[in-house]
Structures are given as C-alpha cells and as structure tokens.
Design a protein around this ligand. Structure first.
Ligand SMILES: NC(=O)c1ccc[n+]([C@@H]2O[C@H](COP(=O)([O-])OP(=O)(O)OC[C@H]3O[C@@H](n4cnc5c(N)ncnc54)[C@H](O)[C@@H]3O)[C@@H](O)[C@H]2O)c1
Length: 372
C-alpha cells in the first residue's frame, strides 16, 4: 500500500529535486503525496495547484496531526529542522530531515533521543553514503584495497544562493549548508572525528538574496582540519566562495593506494583508484549517472516497506553537527577542540546496490505499527 507523505517546507528543494523523486515513487505506487505546509501562502498555492494536495494548514503542527500520514519530509530553512523533525517523530511518523538535522547540539540531542524512542525511522540528509560511487569506494576501503587510510582531502562549494536570505542569517552559513556533505562523507570512511581545528569566516559581508542586498551574519568560507586519531588527518575546503573547480570531491590516501571521487560527493561521477600493486590508475565511472541526491527518500520508503534499518544513523548526523559547531568555535577561539560524540559504523546489509539497503535480520530495524 502506498505510504502517505506530508511535506514541511515547499521551497526550492521541494519544488525541484524532491518533487522529481516524489513523482517517480508515486508512479511506482509506493507513495502518495497528500499534504504540504509552508508559511508562504504563494508556495502553498503552487504546491496545491501542482500536486492537488491539502495545504489548508495554518501551522506545521496541524499537518503533523494528520493520522493518515506515514512519512514527513522536513525541507524547511535549517533553523526549523530540529524542532519540526522531533515533532513529526512524536506524532508517530517516519521522518526525513534535510541537513543539518538541527542547528544546536541541544536540539540535535533531543532529536536523536526522540528517534530512539519513537516508532518511526529518522533519515538525516545528506544522503551521500547511498550513492553507488560512495558505496563502492566504501566497500574498497573496508576491504583494505588501498591499505590503512592516513590522509584525506575534500572540497565542495559554489558562489552561494540568491534565494532564501536565511542562508546568510544566524543558523545558516556555508559550513552547515555545504561543508556537511564532505564531513559526512569523510566520517563514513574514517569513523568519528576526535579533534578539530579550523579557519571559518565571512569573506563577502554583503550579498544579494531575495532581490535585496543583505548583511551576511553567517560563515561563507572555511578550511577545516579533522583529526581521526592515530595520526589520521583530513581537511575540508568549503564555502560560498568558489566559482568552479576540477579537483576530485574526496581524495583518500592509504598505505597501498589512493581513491579519488570525481564530481561532487552529492552528485558523484565515479572514482579513480591508484594501487601500488598494479602501478596504474583505473577509472570506475558512476554506475547510475542519474542517481539523485534526494535518494534518502527512496531509502526511507524502502526501509519502511521492508522493515529494515536505515544505512546511516541519526548519530552520524549529530556527530557532523558537533564537528561543525566545534570548527566554528575553533576559529573563534584560535584553538583545537575535542569532539565528544561518536557514531556506529555502518554497513550496506545484504548488498551494495541501491535497492538492497539492509538485512531483514538487522536488530536495529523498527517494527512499524502501521504495517500490522
Ligand atoms: N537548495 C539546495 O540546493 C539544497 C540542496 C540540498 C539541501 N538543501 C536543504 O534543503 C532545505 C531547504 O532549502 P531550500 O533551498 O529549499 O530553501 P528555501 O528557502 O527555498 O525553502 C525553505 C522553505 O521552508 C519554509 N519554512 C520556513 N519555516 C517553516 C516552517 N516552520 N514550516 C514549514 N515551512 C517552513 C520557507 O517558507 C521556505 O519556503 C535546507 O535545509 C537546505 O539546507 C538545499
């Protein structure tokens, strides 16, 4: 039976990328978009006209009270994520929350606890670990093909959004919006960060957003250095300060070889592998060039359908948030910051291909009361 979906936040990512995947999953008979809420009446009307859904709510909580909902997508501006995702879980729904899961550690901790206590699953963006390229690189790292990882470098950036002034307000910024991809990717390969040091700043103090010049009150430029322990280090270059690049998204340096992800970690184009044994580079193109970065929704639906656990856990998103907040503090205070949290390593269960995301025997899977 198709799962009823409600959406909070009917802005840019809803009307473009998520709408494409929603349409595809609807055509497959797996979901049905039934409700949406956004404080902006024009966005509510556009969504109602396009999808014939109920947008007659005055507040997000009214949508969450719908008993027929199975899945809620939280696609709002970042500082609303924690509160709304927690309320959606408390209302008994499965939840996908865009990144970051929250903008304060207190809110994020409440959300992780709510996810553990609630019947619903919580999938946290970014969904980088689900791409075929990432899965295959992860498999090779875990199989020891490039030896022990000692060093890595990642980058992602662009010139910055012109819509949504919230990107440049407190609780926004490039680290939360962009750096989170590289951080999530690197932690998936290396495990938890132990210490962080960073330069984080505002390079362009006035920017155009929503057709006006706004004063930037969030970071737009960062270099972050991560210490994973045992002299294993990685760096991230990220910001709304990059026009174009040709460098790999992620470079992993091991004792027996090198892996270089091509494209971006949210839109990978495959990878290149150097191995000392072969003495050459090999190119492995992305097996699904149309893989969408919204794939967490397909993954969540699949986990609900099959009663399986999600590949990455909310603790991974919590850890990424702690590291980003620590990077900001490190820059402000000029010192190295210790990281307290960890997260469980993940596996792809029965197989590495999209569509086989977990074993039914996985003890972390939750029973869905709505499926009985
Ligand atoms: N734009 C991108 O390329 C991109 C890519 C990946 C992820 N994201 C993430 O997706 C989220 C949305 O980004 P966007 O570009 O669509 O922003 P946007 O500003 O276009 O849309 C956000 C929407 O959320 C609405 N909103 C605010 N508070 C709300 C509330 N309490 N309840 C319901 N709706 C509320 C706003 O009115 C707005 O329409 C952000 O978390 C962002 O980090 C964006």
């Amino acid at each position: 039976m198709a799962l009823n979906v409600g959406v909070l936040g009917l802005g840019s990512v809803f009307s473009g990328p998520y709408a494409s995947l929603i349409t595809r999953l609807t055509q497959e008979g797996r979901i049905r978009l039934v409700a949406g809420y956004d404080p902006d009446p024009a966005k509510r009307k556009a969504a109602a006209d396009r999808f014939s859904i109920d947008t007659s709510y005055e507040r997000a909580e009214e949508l969450l009270a719908r008993a027929d909902l199975a899945v809620v997508l939280v696609l709002t501006s970042m500082n609303e994520h924690g509160r709304l995702a927690r309320a959606a879980l408390a209302a008994g729904h499965h939840v996908l929350v865009e990144k970051p899961m929250a903008t304060s550690l207190e809110e994020a901790a409440d959300l992780v606890k709510a996810a553990a206590d609630a019947p619903g699953l919580l999938v946290c963006a970014p969904h980088v670990a689900l791409s075929p390229t990432y899965r295959e690189m992860h498999r090779r790292v875990r199989a020891g093909e490039v030896g022990d990882l000692h060093l890595a470098r990642a980058r992602y950036g662009w010139s910055g959004p012109w819509w949504g002034r919230w990107f440049y307000e407190s609780g926004g910024g490039a680290l939360f919006d962009l750096g989170v991809y590289n951080l999530t990717s690197l932690c998936g390969f290396f495990g938890p960060v132990r210490r962080v040091t960073a330069m984080v700043g505002t390079a362009v103090p006035r920017r155009e957003a929503e057709g006006e010049l706004v004063t930037v009150r969030a970071d737009d430029n960062a270099h972050v250095v991560l210490d994973f322990g045992d002299a294993r280090f990685a760096s991230i270059a990220t910001g709304f300060t990059i026009q174009k690049y040709k460098s790999p998204a992620v470079e992993l340096y091991g004792t027996k070889g090198t892996l270089q992800m091509l494209g971006d970690d949210w839109a990978p184009e495959g990878f290149e592998q150097w191995s000392n044994d072969r003495g050459s580079w090999e190119l492995f193109p992305e097996s699904d060039p149309n893989w969408p970065w919204t794939d967490g929704l397909r993954h969540l639906v699949e986990c609900v359908e099959n009663g399986t656990a999600t590949v990455t856990r909310p603790e991974h998103a919590y850890h990424a948030l702690e590291v980003m907040l620590a990077a900001q503090r490190s820059a402000a205070e000029g010192r190295v910051i210790e990281i307290a949290s960890t997260f469980p390593d993940f596996s792809y269960g029965g197989g590495d291909g999209a569509g086989s995301d977990g074993g039914a025997a996985d003890s972390r899977a939750k029973h869905d009361p709505r499926s009985s």
